[in-house]
Design a protein around this ligand. Structure first.
Ligand code: PLP
Length: 389
């Protein structure tokens, strides 16, 4: 079968591949510790599950408007307005099946051959994959450990050209756990002030933050009308499998993205949308408890990793990933990923799964029990000791 040429430009998410390799080993009777997965090991709040059940009994079985039901768009507008300190109209909100389609649709709507899109490296691999898919030119913005994996705004300024269409930023970040400061965002807004460039601000981890409050580029003067905020329910409410996310963007772009929804999904599942209202308007205590658990695990993971000779790890400020430096072990990131899985039974991800600048690092998800984390790092320490001799 001949595929369309564009298919050769499409990448994938290594987490799913590593998970498949780990499952294959498990089917042979091996015991594997899973530290590769990017989803909370919690259940959604009971009230959200109950709201979905009620919605099903209450007749929410049919298509909804492509951009989502009005009450959910109102709830999202209120939430984003409150948390980012900007006015948001429900017409600027598009509900999608998971937040990922916001990346896909924004790029389909804005990027094409001849245009450049700047994205973080290491960063969520779907950015580069989708940029290439549209035919646009991906321009990686290196995130360096010396800068706590935050963007270097001066370097970003040097990458912006007359052909730059879109800049993607992600805070808190997957895979580094870094968080952009208010000052980073102020300077970014300053350099973009006289350039006609849109920003896709991936804020999917906005509520999984260990200090301070979440800062969005959309809150900076002049930026709201040039920003697409991506957020959703997958991480905050542990609803990855429900597929419920949203984008907040200028009205004309929201109309274009709704058209892409009509052409692809028709709409997001009706009863999950009703449950989304319950998530946003309900008791937020389960979210707070989950983040506290992540914080305890983060502290322990960072402490244990820093005890391993040849490995060092900065303290992530958000999301649920540690991104330790393993360069001094003398293995490439991929070699370590493979060896650790096949010989020591621990699944984690090579830093290069997130781009070339991820070489020398691995990503470990602490959305796993403390017992798994401690056992996994112990096995990593055994590997480190073995390669040192
Ligand atoms: N953006 C980032 C940085 C992510 O890590 C993920 C999921 O892993 C997403 C977006 C997509 O989220 P969703 O599961 O809601 O599609």
């Amino acid at each position: 079968m001949d595929f369309a040429h564009r298919m050769s430009r499409l990448g994938t998410e290594t987490a799913f591949e590593v998970l498949a390799a780990a499952r294959a080993l498990e089917s042979q009777g091996r015991e594997i510790i899973h530290l590769e997965i990017g989803e909370p090991d919690f259940n959604p709040p009971d009230s959200v599950v109950e709201a979905a059940v009620q919605a099903l009994h209450g007749g929410w079985h049919h298509y909804t408007p492509a951009n989502g039901i009005q009450p959910l768009r109102e709830a999202v507008a209120e939430e984003v307005s409150r948390t980012r300190g900007i006015p948001v109209d429900p017409e600027e909100v598009v509900i999608t099946p998971g937040a990922k389609p916001i990346i896909f649709f924004s790029l389909l709507a804005l990027a094409e051959e001849g245009w450049e899109v700047i994205y973080p490296d290491p960063g969520f691999h779907i950015y580069e994959s989708m940029i290439r898919f549209t035919g646009a030119i991906p321009v990686p913005l290196p995130l360096r450990e010396a800068q706590d994996f935050r963007i270097d705004v001066e370097e970003l300024a040097s990458l912006v050209t007359d052909r730059t269409r879109l800049i993607i930023i992600n805070s808190p970040s997957n895979p580094t756990g870094s968080v952009l400061t208010g000052e980073d965002l102020r300077r970014l807004a300053e350099i973009l002030a006289d350039r006609p460039v849109m920003v896709l601000s991936d804020e999917i981890y906005s509520r999984i933050l260990y200090e301070g409050t979440h800062a969005s580029i959309a809150s900076q003067a002049g930026m709201k009308d040039r920003t697409i905020i991506l957020d959703g329910f997958s991480k905050t409410y542990a609803m990855t499998g429900w597929r419920l996310g949203y984008g907040v963007m200028p009205r004309n772009l929201a109309a274009a993205v709704s058209k892409l929804m009509i052409n692809s999904n028709s709409c997001t599942a009706a009863f999950t949308q009703v449950a989304g209202i319950a998530a946003l308007r309900g008791d937020q205590e389960p979210v707070r408890r989950m983040v506290e658990t992540f914080r305890r695990r983060r502290d322990r993971v960072v402490e244990l990793l820093n005890q391993v000779e040849g490995i060092s790890c900065r303290t992530p400020r958000g999301a649920f990933y540690a991104f330790p430096r393993i360069r001094d072990l003398g293995l490439t990131s991929q070699e370590l990923q493979r060896k650790l899985l096949h010989e020591y039974g621990v699944a984690l991800l090579s830093g290069t799964a997130f781009g070339r600048w991820g070489e020398g690092y691995v990503r470990l998800s602490y959305a796993a029990s403390m017992q798994s984390l401690e056992a996994g790092i112990e096995r990593l320490a055994s590997l480190a000791a073995a390669v040192r001799c």
